[in-house]
Ligand binder design. Structure first.
Ligand SMILES: NC(=O)c1ccc[n+]([C@@H]2O[C@H](COP(=O)([O-])OP(=O)(O)OC[C@H]3O[C@@H](n4cnc5c(N)ncnc54)[C@H](O)[C@@H]3O)[C@@H](O)[C@H]2O)c1
Length: 440
């Protein structure tokens, strides 16, 4: 009896916590599945290729979950997955058979993009909580298909693998934008540049399409789906909005090797209020690597390769006072730049005012060492680890989901409309945002 009372009290506290989380606008928390409650979440994993094994490596360190099954149609990857997780999972080739297991709470999916939507829907309808890699879906109509499955299974968690949402560095950067440190932000430039063919070696030509699925339009949304999706999500977050239109171009201009997806893409996403993201991806020069440069009228944030964030103050004269002391040159001779000495932004979740004397000293030393290029910026936890722990805690303890369906959908639409613009050569508007709808 005492035990029962305790359970219902815990349930009440969880329900209360859920209400609090919803009112904060975070992803809808789950009601616990009985077999997870208080225990580790029993999950299966579909698609144990490159990304699958990266996730399994982090999952292996998380006691909040237990991998009881893995599934892959390619035997070498199935074997790699089992070795990576090390928990002796039962293996499957058909994911539907894995979903029949009644002792499984959740499913994680890291298969090629064209398979995501059906696997998500089947998993939800089999009563499993779902984590699915970005991009959440491939074709526009699949968004509604997934939405219906989430609505039919409201107690189940759906999380999308947009791991920047779980990065403390990005969280601090977004907080800086929200608090006005950059002033009015009108422009983001982002790129993901490489100097390689983006192909994987194939042991037998019969596996070409399975292994190099990114090269083929039947399975892949190309550079926008694989790379831009992360950065579109960051900009959606920074602007707290989805775009209203996109104009994109691209082609197969350097790697003419039989691929169908572009080897370079340039896209301009317009957000409400004339704010823009200008994005590029090329596969013939790696100098700029990947970064986001977020520009406001009071400062710029540059977040590079997921691990370093620099802030540059903007204190250039903007309007002539006409007192004759300013150096105004005409046209192209003006070199009116902001100071280039950047200030490092640290992934420290604690506000400076809350630090004790020693912590403050350590923080100052870190900043000084970083400005000399000596200190390495490191998050306390890898964002992959944090997103996976968040997923397991959402399932087990009804914690709010950090990257729920709605964010995944906004992100996927950005990819789909970008590709539509490349294919049609036209600017593509979000529904209801066409110029004649007067809703922009
Ligand atoms: N979040 C990130 O930073 C990140 C990074 C890389 C990849 N990804 C995403 O992860 C997903 C997988 O990418 P990847 O690079 O690991 O691809 P991959 O080709 O290395 O792995 C995909 C795996 O799925 C398996 N598979 C294919 N069809 C299957 C089926 N019907 N049933 C079961 N397994 C099947 C393949 O055999 C392969 O092992 C993609 O959606 C990609 O965009 C995300």
């Amino acid at each position: 009896m005492e035990k029962e009372k305790d359970v219902s009290r815990r349930q009440f506290l969880k329900t209360a916590a859920s209400v609090g989380a919803s009112s904060l606008g975070l992803g809808a928390p789950a009601i616990l599945s009985a077999q997870s409650s208080g225990n580790s979440v029993r999950y299966g994993f579909i698609g144990t290729g490159t990304e699958g094994c990266t996730l399994l490596k982090f999952l292996a360190t998380l006691p909040e979950g237990q991998c009881i099954a893995t599934c892959d149609i390619y035997p070498p990857n199935l074997k790699k997955g089992v070795e990576t997780i090390g928990s002796n999972p039962q293996t499957y080739v058909e994911y539907q058979k894995m979903l029949d297991r009644k002792d499984m709470d959740a499913v994680l999916i890291a298969t090629p993009l064209n398979l995501h939507a059906q696997m998500v829907v089947d998993s939800l309808n089999a009563g499993k909580h779902v984590f699915v890699e970005k991009t959440m879906y491939f074709k526009e109509e699949e968004g509604e298909m997934i939405r219906k499955a989430t609505q039919a299974n409201p107690r189940l968690v759906l999380q999308v693998g947009l791991q920047r949402r779980s990065s403390v560095l990005y969280q601090v950067a977004i907080e800086m934008i929200r608090k006005g440190a950059l002033g009015k932000v009108m422009f983001v430039r982002a790129q993901w540049h490489r100097n390689n063919n983006w192909r994987r070696p194939v042991p037998d030509p019969k596996f070409e399409r399975l292994i190099n699925w990114r090269m083929y339009k039947e399975y892949s949304g190309g550079l926008l789906a694989e790379l831009a999706s992360h950065q579109i999500d960051v900009v959606n977050w920074a602007f707290d909005s989805e775009p209203v239109s996109v104009y994109a171009t691209g082609g197969i201009d350097y790697w003419k090797d039989g691929r169908e997806t572009c080897d370079n893409v340039e896209a301009i996403y317009e957000y409400p209020g004339g704010r823009r993201l200008v994005w590029s991806s090329i596969l013939c020069n790696a100098h700029l690597d990947f970064s986001e440069q977020i520009m406001g009228d009071r400062g710029t944030l540059i977040i590079s390769a997921l691990e370093k964030c620099m802030f540059y103050r903007e204190d250039v004269p903007k309007v002539s006072t006409g007192n004759g002391q300013e150096n105004w040159w005409a046209g192209a001779t003006v070199t009116n730049t902001a100071p280039q000495q950047g200030i490092p932004v640290f992934p420290d979740p604690v506000a400076a005012g809350q630090l004790g004397f020693m912590d403050r000293e350590v923080t100052y030393s870190k900043h000084w060492l970083a400005s000399m290029g000596i200190y390495n910026y490191e998050e306390q936890h890898n964002p992959y680890w944090s997103e996976l722990r968040n997923f397991l805690l959402s399932v087990r303890d009804a914690k709010p989901v950090i990257a729920p369906f709605e964010l995944g959908m906004m992100d996927a639409q950005g990819v789909i409309y970008g590709n539509r613009s490349i294919d049609s050569g036209q600017r593509v508007y979000w529904p209801g945002k066409e110029p004649d709808s007067k809703k922009i």
